[in-house]
Design a protein around this ligand. Structure first.
Ligand code: B12
Length: 212
């Protein structure tokens, strides 16, 4: 029965049916499903499906946009559950999507997971220029900066930011990068401190980097 609900939730997000996406998320939570499992087994697959269809010209930007909205609606219910209560965060991370890039679902997911792991997270948003990352890292004494990019055309902006941060003397701030087109090899090439392919392993990476 629950397997069906996962599939229904995936379909609802894909079709951009916000009300249904929220309702089914609540159904799964009420049945005792772990919040992260809902994200990984129903919500993320929905966005992958939409991406595939977009690539094959079966859907267009408006459909991607309404699917993204349905995903956000479901995530708004899940977010508070992922965020640990009460304990004072030991580390601060600044996270944002690089200049020229407006995709924020993956970035938001990573931010949410870091909050859940008790990081103080400063989310600087989308389309963020290097100066803004630098200012936010300075003002908040961040130990970590996370950069997200979903377009091959905005990947070079990551190198610009890494270089600008090093030039600004922020050598103790670790930089981790991610997003669908990013690879470990690319991280090595641009001198980032780490790469991770998904939000759950981003938390492990963040812990490793701040502890080093
Ligand atoms: C939703 C979506 C949109 C929405 C975004 C809404 C929003 N608020 O984010 C809208 C409609 C606005 C959009 C616009 C465009 N999009 Co778009 N979009 C997508 C889509 C379908 C899903 C992305 C997504 O949310 N995935 C779900 C999340 C959870 O996954 P994720 O982002 O990869 O994040 C995970 C990991 O990568 C990682 N991660 C992410 N960030 C970070 C950061 C750190 C620090 C770490 C450690 C890890 C990490 O953890 C996350 C969670 O596990 C993808 C297809 C795809 N499969 O990626 C296309 C896609 C990214 N878009 C694409 C394109 C072409 C565009 C447009 C240019 C289309 C157009 N012609 O206008 C514009 C560009 C706008 C811009 N300037 O940014 C292409 C990119 C092709 C390329 N190689 O560059 C894709 C791949 C679709 C395709 N198959 O062709 N898009």
């Amino acid at each position: 029965m629950l397997m069906n609900t996962f599939q229904e939730l995936t379909d609802a997000v894909e079709k951009g049916n916000r009300k249904e996406a929220a309702r089914l998320t609540q159904v799964l939570l009420d049945a005792g499903t772990a919040p992260l499992e809902i994200v990984e087994s129903a919500l993320v697959p929905a966005m992958s499906n939409v991406g595939e269809k977009f690539k094959n010209n079966q859907v267009f930007v408006p459909e991607m946009l309404i699917a993204a909205r349905a995903m956000k609606e479901a995530m708004a219910i899940i977010q508070p559950l992922l965020t640990a209560a009460g304990i004072v965060p030991k580390y601060t991370a600044v996270i944002g999507t690089v200049q020229g890039d407006l995709h924020d679902i993956g970035k938001n997911l990573v931010a949410m997971m870091l909050k859940g792991a008790n990081f103080n997270v400063i989310d600087v948003g989308i389309n963020v220029p290097p100066e803004k990352f630098i200012a936010a890292a300075r003002e908040n004494n961040a130990q970590l900066v996370g950069l997200s990019a979903l377009l091959t055309t905005t990947m070079p902006a990551m190198k610009t930011i890494v270089d600008a941060m090093r030039a600004a003397g922020l050598n103790n701030v670790k930089i981790m990068i991610g997003g669908a087109p990013i690879t470990q090899q690319f991280a090595n090439e641009i001198g980032a401190d780490g790469y991770s392919p998904d939000a759950a392993s981003a938390v492990d990476l963040a812990h490793k980097l701040v502890a080093a």
